[in-house]
Design a protein around this ligand. Structure first.
Ligand code: MIC
Ligand code: SF4
Length: 640
């Protein structure tokens, strides 16, 4: 009876049992990091005193911070390369591609577990791998051979029926699901796909869907491993990694949703949330200023050849700037060899490196008040670098056709050649640096430029917290609000003191100064606080500024784990009305904090309003031990 998710979890279970929402721990086979989260992860690995990574495979990618307008990013890259060589970690050099795309092509395997310090790690679910995004510290712990702790997820089954029509793509499937479930609909769940529609989708098309499961707040997303998986692995010269995997015929799910692919039409997520989805038809004709194609969601061979075929022989509209970033060097090479690149260049596309690029605000910020159509996965406020821009998420087909027209157009039924995947690709791993033998690795000197700063460590939990509210924010606050990304901020990912000056900069410009003046305090938030990325800087920088607790209506999974890892209390309102009664700068007193126990509650006394209210906390025994120690690194040190 088990579904596929439960089968893979069972084969990796180290602690607990599979009762709904119970704490469990699983063995991690592979890890991945990228440069923007990797520097912290490796500083943490070093702090744990681990010589060699203990996983089957750990890969360090450089794909985010590739604009080098100062020494900082280049310093980070050198640190990452040398620390990888020292610790038995495979290094993917800058230019080799976006971590999720490259990992799917070269390393992800059906039936394995993968933990990555990036929220889109579940991309590898497209190949039948149980892949989970986490904070860098959790990934460092996995590299150190520790199991990964989570709650037994619910499993939402999505049945796909029939086939997509011409012009409709797998991006439209996941946008439809986001419309149905919302950005918090997947919290605490794995999304598992089944049904006759699955066999019509290739592994990269499946990966577009599992990638954006992150936008549902899901722990992971998973497809079965079938003949399509075998052909993809064969194409990559690694058919021996294939195993067949599927749910039992009579598998049960906590919830089932059915989607008829034949009825689906092109969809669009409007500003500023990936679940603000309508059909393209509903807003067709909207004038556009920019189109960006690429990102870990939509930069596969199929995506980009479709784009090339739509652009072929035409010219991008004069009022539109079109950028294209291939997902990997392998795809880039294929495009250059089969002539697609020429079609793109001749149509006027601006070809960028194989990196995240505009998706993370690393250049290509749109013109003021622009409408920017992007094939990416996130359109959070401010993420593009232009606060007044209206960023919309669409499929590569919608993006390419609209770029030619200068306005949003539905590609439904558009005539263009559907790409045929090459049966075999001449793979080339020369931009990887493979691990050395342990003895040789021990001799490597780790290079630390001035941008590599020591890790700040929290103090053990205080029994009384008497502090002021530093900021009060609404529902669905993203980690892009808390710790913004973009070309100006990302170079400081390995410098917490500096990055803390940018915290909440678009919500409350003086947040940093207010925290310094008051010795830190509380953050008050609505539902789904900390959704989006896995960046632990959204916990680490507030910790550095003295934030002791976040009181929210609810939390996103990865961010809550990051708060605990750095010793910040995640507390939940027991009554939503209590949220309304708090104002910024109110003074809140919490006593007997060190008495917390699983299932318990704390009383918060609002001294400014002279009113008390209760808060709860959903914490396991391990979470509580971690918080009391002042974070995971302190706890590990105590145990050593
Ligand atoms: C993102 O898409 O927001 C990122 C940048 O890839 C993040 C990681 C980070 O902040 O470095 C993510 O998704 O986890
Ligand atoms: Fe990179 Fe964007 Fe994917 Fe994040 S979502 S990994 S920034 S391409």
């Amino acid at each position: 009876m088990p579904n596929l998710t439960k089968k893979i979890i069972k084969t990796h279970l180290c602690e607990g049992n599979l009762n709904a929402q119970e704490p469990i721990a699983i063995k991690i086979d592979q890890t991945l990091t990228q440069d923007a989260t990797g520097t912290m992860a490796y500083l943490q690995l070093e702090a744990m005193g681990v010589d060699q990574a203990k996983t089957e495979l750990s890969v360090s990618y450089v794909d985010h911070n590739t604009l080098q307008s100062g020494f900082e990013n280049a310093d980070d890259h050198k640190y990452l390369q040398t620390v990888a060589e020292k610790h038995g970690i495979l290094f993917s050099r800058p230019g080799n591609g976006i971590c999720h795309q490259v990992h799917l092509e070269r390393f992800a395997k059906p039936g394995k577990t993968l933990l990555g310090s990036d929220s889109h790690t579940p991309t590898a679910g497209g190949i039948g791998c149980l892949a989970i995004g986490a904070g860098g510290l959790d990934v460092a712990c996995a590299m150190a051979g520790r199991p990964f702790h989570l709650r037994t997820p619910k499993v939402i089954g999505i049945e796909l029926k029939n086939k997509l029509r011409q012009g409709v793509s797998s991006k439209d499937i996941i946008l439809k699901i986001l419309q149905l479930l919302s950005v918090k609909g997947g919290v605490g769940s794995v999304i598992e796909y089944f049904g006759d529609g699955v066999s019509s989708l290739s592994v990269p098309q499946r990966a577009t869907i599992t990638n954006m499961g992150a936008e549902l707040g899901a722990t992971s997303s998973l497809f079965p491993s079938d003949e399509k998986t075998r052909s993809f692995l064969k194409q990559q010269g690694r058919e021996t990694d294939f195993i067949e995997l599927k749910a039992d015929e009579d598998a049960t799910y906590d919830q089932v949703i059915t989607i008829d692919l034949e009825e689906l039409e092109p969809m669009i997520a409007l500003p500023h949330s990936p679940d603000h989805v309508v059909t393209v038809k509903e807003v067709e004709g909207m004038k556009i200023d920019q189109v960006c194609i690429g990102s870990c969601t939509n930069s596969s061979y199929h995506d980009l050849v479709s784009v090339g075929n739509i652009l072929k022989g035409k010219t991008v509209h004069q009022d539109v700037s079109l950028t294209i970033s291939p997902g990997s060097r392998q795809i880039f090479k294929e495009l250059s060899q089969n002539g697609t690149l020429t079609d793109m260049i001749m149509a006027g596309a601006r070809i960028l490196e194989c990196t995240c690029g505009p998706c993370i605000g690393m250049g290509q910020s749109p013109i003021s008040n622009a409408v920017s159509l992007r094939t990416f996965n996130r359109n959070f406020y401010g993420r593009s670098g232009t606060l007044s821009a209206k960023v919309c998420l669409v499929s590569p087909e919608t993006a390419a056709y609209s770029a030619l027209c200068g306005e949003l157009r539905s590609p439904l039924g558009l005539s263009y050649e559907i790409p045929v995947e090459p049966a075999m690709i001449k793979t080339d791993d020369n931009m990887f640096i493979f691990p050395k033998a342990a003895q040789e690795a021990a001799m490597v000197e780790v290079v630390r430029g001035p941008n590599i700063r020591p890790l700040p460590i929290n103090a053990p939990l205080a029994d009384t917290i008497d502090k002021k509210v530093m900021i009060k924010v609404e529902d669905n606050i993203t980690t892009d609000h808390i710790a913004p990304a973009g070309a100006k901020v990302l170079p400081y990912r390995s410098n917490i003191e500096k990055i803390s000056t940018f915290v909440f900069m678009n919500n409350k410009a003086d947040f940093h100064d207010c925290c310094i003046a008051n010795g830190g305090g509380y953050i008050i938030a609505g539902e789904n606080y900390g959704q989006g990325s896995s960046r632990e800087h959204a916990a680490l920088a507030p910790m550095y500024l003295g934030i002791k607790a976040v009181i929210a209506k609810s939390f996103a999974r990865i961010h809550k784990a990051n708060l605990i890892n750095f010793g910040i209390l995640p507390l939940t309102f027991t009554s939503a009305q209590d949220y309304d009664l708090i104002d910024e700068m109110d003074e809140l007193l919490i006593e007997h904090v060190c008495d917390i126990y699983p299932g318990g509650k704390l009383t918060v006394y609002n001294k400014s309003k002279q009113k008390s209210f209760m808060v709860s906390y959903d914490l396991s025994d391990l979470d509580i031990k971690t918080l009391k120690a002042g974070g995971t690194l302190n706890l590990i040190r105590q145990e050593q």
